[in-house]
Design a protein around this ligand. Structure first.
Ligand code: ADP
Ligand code: MG
Length: 224
């Protein structure tokens, strides 16, 4: 599903140049649940953003589902990503001005799915994530755990092949964190490929394998 080769990413600002990724080679098979660990600033989010076509690498190659997506222009990246990749972030990233049901509906609007089907699929996703009773509430009226469950509903409502999660339990207590990990595990068992960045050894235990990053490179063991 994912094949990357010698990927590098350099961020350049006026004064500084940061080598965030220094030659990453990695394959993720369909149906895998892969964890990415490593100290703060080692490039985990940069790698996840590139995997999710939110950004392009500086050098190297990225093949996604058999297609070369290494250097797509932003417009084409967005089109390619639509409906195929679901994101879950540490800070939930729900839109404050939209209620929960409208937030979850957004990916389906982007796919031009008709209203009646949108309604049905939103209900299904909210039920699945045990948050239907909060459909008409706004994000700020929900607890962190509820917001993250809504964010997962939004990530999966378009039935994406790939779910990318960046420290999904980072802002949650252990009970809500476990609930989120159980949901991700269930989605993986049903066929979703998942790549998840985490700081937590507990969360890493849910994955099939862990990639350790250090200073923009894959290493054998995390050097925390
Ligand atoms: P992690 O997620 O592992 O904490 P990141 O991938 O966010 O690390 O960052 C890796 C490195 O790249 C850090 O040194 C960070 O400061 C730098 N970096 C990340 N994003 C940008 C950006 N948009 N512009 C400049 N530097 C960045
Ligand atoms: Mg990060």
């Amino acid at each position: 599903m994912i094949h990357i080769e010698n990927l590098t990413k350099t961020f350049r600002t006026d004064e500084v140049e940061t080598l965030a990724l220094r030659g990453i080679t990695l394959d993720v098979a369909k149906g895998e649940f892969v964890g990415i660990m490593g100290p703060s600033g080692c490039g985990k989010s940069t790698l996840l953003n590139i995997l999710g076509l939110l950004d392009n690498p500086t050098e190297g190659k990225y093949i996604l589902n058999g297609q070369d997506v290494t250097a797509l222009k932003e417009k084409n990246r967005t089109a390619f990503r639509k409906g195929k990749i679901g994101f879950v972030f540490q800070n939930f990233n729900l839109i404050d001005e939209l209620n929960i049901e409208e937030n979850v509906e957004l990916p389906l609007r982007y796919l031009n799915i008709k209203a009646s089907e949108r309604k049905e699929r939103v209900k299904e996703a909210l039920t699945r994530m045990n948050i239907l009773h909060r459909a008409k509430h706004f994000p700020q009226q929900l607890s962190g755990g509820q917001q993250q469950r809504a964010a997962i509903a939004r990530a999966v409502v378009s039935k994406p092949d790939l779910i990318l999660a960046d420290e999904p339990t980072g802002n949650l207590d252990s009970t809500n964190g476990k609930e989120v990990m159980d949901l991700l595990t269930e989605l993986n068992r049903e066929g979703s490929t998942i790549v998840m960045v985490t700081h937590s050894r507990n969360d890493a235990a849910y994955t099939h394998r862990v990639i350790n990053l250090f200073d923009g490179k894959i290493v054998e063991k995390t050097r925390l």
